[in-house]
Design a protein. Structure first.
Length: 163
């Protein structure tokens, strides 16, 4: 048997539409973490990630004090799960810059977070999402993010153009 980067990650069956393209898997990521207060579909989320994927917070956090933290997917779910159960939380992509070479892709996905889907933003930041195409599908290999602050504004090239 030949090992692939995704070997062992098949415990959670993905929705085919979630893994068909980079656009689809990034949209699924935002869809899964967003919604009214309550438990998220963690099995669906797990189906998007490679085994061993890392989620890395690099700065100010929305749901609690703290800065840099590197986590496994299960550690991230434990870290944020209680907040999402008690709070409406919606995160949406507003701009994406992506580079692809062969089976790998790096996307800088600028986001806005809200307490209501149509409410004012409570935070903005950038998710650096690493994707890999293996086993005839797309996988998330890692997500690293930082929230915007007065000392850390999002550069113009990562914000929507206002015409």
């Amino acid at each position: 048997m030949t090992e692939t980067p995704a070997s062992g990650s098949g415990r959670y069956k993905p929705r085919p539409e979630d893994i068909a393209s980079p656009d689809a898997i990034i949209a699924a990521l935002y869809t899964i973490i967003s919604g009214p207060a309550g438990t998220r579909n963690w099995s669906r989320l797990r189906s998007l990630f490679l085994d061993g994927a890392r989620l890395i917070a690099t700065g100010r956090r929305i749901h609690r004090e703290g800065g840099f933290q590197a986590m496994s997917l299960d550690e991230w779910i434990e870290d944020v799960g209680g907040f999402l159960e008690e709070n409406d939380f919606y995160e949406s992509e507003i701009v994406r810059h992506a580079d692809r070479f062969g089976n790998m892709m790096q996307a800088f996905s600028t986001y806005e977070a809200r307490h209501q889907s149509d409410g004012p933003p409570i935070a903005r930041g950038i998710n650096a999402i690493q994707l890999v195409h293996a086993d005839k599908r797309w996988w998330i290999a890692g997500v690293m993010w930082d929230n915007e602050s007065r000392d850390n504004p999002i550069p113009g090239e990562f914000t929507p153009y206002l015409w």
